[in-house]
Design a protein around this ligand. Sequence first.
Ligand code: GMT
Length: 376
Amino acid sequence: MKIGIVCYPTYGGSGVLATELGIAMADKGHEVHFITYRSPVRLVAYHERIFFHEVEGENYPLFEYPPYDTALASKMVDVAKFKNLDLFHVHYAIPHAAVALLARSILKANGLNIPFITTLHGTDITLVGTNKSFLPVVEYTINESDGVTAVSESLKKDTLSFFNIKREIKVIHNFIDFARFRKTDKDHFKKAIAPNGEKLLIHISNFRKLKRVEDVIKIFQKVSKEVPSKLLLIGDGPDRQRVEEYCREVCGCTDVRFLGRQDAVEELLAVADLFLMPSASESFGLAALEAMACEVPVISSNVGGIPEVNIHGQTGFLSDVGDVADMSKNALLLLKDEALLKEFKQNALLQAKRFSLENILPEYEAYYKEVLALYL
Ligand code: GMT
């Protein structure tokens, strides 16, 4: 198949998943064309069947906002025509589903029938999508997509309850590539970060408000009073500055390291003991799955799709959003009991294996074929 993938090229989960999916499809022999405004961050190596098409908009002085949607639709039409694409797979509904619908109409007018699949990732439904300024377009374009997938049962349920949806939504969970995310021997890292054998807690996110990174600091404060430990914060985003200031204020930040964006997160996860994800909203929690694949149990909130990934009392613990006392108690329970921590680490790996690339990729491939068969 020749597949056009449209996604955000940044560190967000939807872009990461879209890129990993494209790479995996290319590895299986398909030809993959990424169409977006910058080369996706996880697209690092050359692959003979992967192509990147940059969307370049014209910023004419009349435009207060450069019309990215129009430029993207034009680029999709161009790539589909000249690379003979079979289908588009767009990740994150806004604005990609609407743009794909436009591209599909233009191509149809040119005698080309190219269907598109929309994958819903989370905030495109739960936060941004339900905003009045987007809702009618999101609802219409989901209904008009040739195929729709959601990354968790929870997200499917949310989509059906927030919008008037008249079509099937298929749940295909996010996946993990064990060739990259696995526990490796990085003891020299551990010695550098935690020289006295301290426990290592880790948080990775884009530091948006809904990630509640302040709760991570609060949990760490409580934990480190009872168990010598260090905290690594990875990622960057709008809340980073505020959280860093808060951290300096409340605990001097001596045992906390803000590392900013890191590409090789798996090397840091390889030395971690616990992953903290206290999010206010999370449709899947790809970062938690990446941690679990590296044998790191997860202390998280119980919202959205997280319970489909992190199993309470087995791979970690779930608490109500904002209940830092419970999250700290659960973290301490694991950190104070070596045998239990070891058991949870093994459980985390086993659960992560359910979401292996090998298990999930065939679901996408089969769905592509199903959509194509119905469309032609
Ligand atoms: O909100 C983010 O952190 C990024 C966001 C995105 O759309 O890029 O992530 C969403 O998609 C991920 C991949 O499917 C999911 O693992 C995240 O749970 C989801 N984020 C939210 O629902 C807040």
